[in-house]
Design a protein around this ligand. Structure first.
Ligand code: MG
Length: 349
């Protein structure tokens, strides 16, 4: 095993900041890794400090996903960028039916970032990974000059295994007549970040739902494997996810607006900020499209799992050749749920 190099002076984790030299690849980089990251992220494969991790994944198909995290602010009620960086990749792996196994992470740090902030983020990332039962097996750190990044950006790659014999859900497999289920209230994460950005967290009381979904997915497959599509409701929220799936599968959808779970405080914050909560991201919710006959067992499985306690059947898939997602409003009217525009809610994750 590698012995960490001995440094003349320890980093001051309370008052120190990231310096350009910490990204130089020399002694300062080694010290940053040893004293800020290693106390939290200490997987045997990572400790080897080789150029790449050698992994034995066993039987099953490899599932890979990568995601960058640029959320602002870095900390918000319910979590921080470290939690998001784990949950985002874990959930994308889980949406293909796979069990997450390993994670890699790349950290872009801005010169001047307090070491105490970085240390807190490393701790959150490590605790989220532990909770998911996955290990961080490879990582990299780079530093930009002051003003060239915003505190810290993290990119993670998740590696998972599709259990042999399990059909992998896909956005292209929704069929007319399928049921559309959502695992819980929507919009929490997006509104929590917007409220934190505007100094409104205490007023609105909105908390991010950031959480891993792989265990819920396992429970769903155990209940009924006739799952056609799974998608986590991240950027663009429920509106983006349903429109993406409708186009991928060349189908339409009918959704009953009243069936969509929405927390009272999220609804109030949405009205305050002029945001449609159906366009706002979640980080711990999924939409599940399944054979009509599987909807009852899957809804029951969701509701008996802590990550899906407030799950709801919200509609069904149609054969609309224009791939529209049509909402029936509480008053009985109809409107098309549009694909959110790109710059609606920037830097939410
Ligand atoms: Mg996703």
């Amino acid at each position: 095993m590698n012995r960490p190099p001995a440094f003349v002076r320890k980093l001051d984790l309370d008052r120190g900041v990231v310096e350009l030299a910490h990204g130089g690849g020399g002694k300062a980089t080694a010290q940053l890794v040893a004293e800020v990251f290693a106390p939290h992220l200490d997987d045997a494969e990572l400790r080897q400090a080789d150029d790449a991790a050698l992994l034995d994944l066993g039987p099953g198909k490899l599932v890979v996903s990568t995601d960058a995290f640029v959320v602002s602010p870095l900390f918000f009620p319910g979590g921080d960028i470290g939690h998001l960086a784990v949950h985002g990749s874990v959930n994308d792996i889980a949406m293909r039916g796979a069990k997450p196994r390993h994670l890699t992470a790349s950290f872009i740090l801005e010169e001047g970032l307090p070491l105490s902030t970085l240390s807190q983020i490393a701790r959150s990332l490590a605790s989220a990974a532990r909770q998911c039962g996955i290990s961080l097996v490879a990582a990299d750190t780079k530093v930009t000059e002051r003003g060239k990044a915003d505190g810290v950006f993290i990119t993670t790659t998740g590696l998972g295994l599709l259990p042999p014999g399990r059909p992998s859900p896909s956005g292209s497999l929704a069929r007319p007549g399928d049921a559309v289920l959502v695992s819980g209230p929507v919009g929490d994460h997006g509104l929590a970040v917007l409220c934190a950005r505007g100094g409104l967290s205490a007023l609105t009381g909105v908390t991010s739902d950031t959480a891993p979904l792989h265990d819920l997915v396992d429970a769903l497959f155990a209940a009924d494997p006739r799952i056609h599509t799974l998608r986590d409701l991240t950027r663009g929220g429920l509106a983006a996810a349903l429109n993406e799936i409708a186009h991928q599968s060349c189908v339409g959808m009918h959704i009953d607006e009243q069936g969509i779970p929405l927390r009272r405080e999220v609804r109030a914050a949405s009205e305050l900020l002029g945001v449609d909560p159906l366009n706002a991201a979640c980080e711990g919710r999924l939409v599940c499209i399944c054979a009509h006959e599987a909807s009852s067992p899957l809804l029951a499985a969701m509701r008996s799992h802590p990550a899906g306690a407030a799950a709801s059947l919200i509609g069904h898939v149609t054969d609309d050749p224009r791939h529209r997602v049509v909402l029936t409003t509480p008053a009985g009217g109809r409107r098309t749920l549009l694909w959110p525009t790109a710059d609606d809610l920037p830097r939410i994750c």
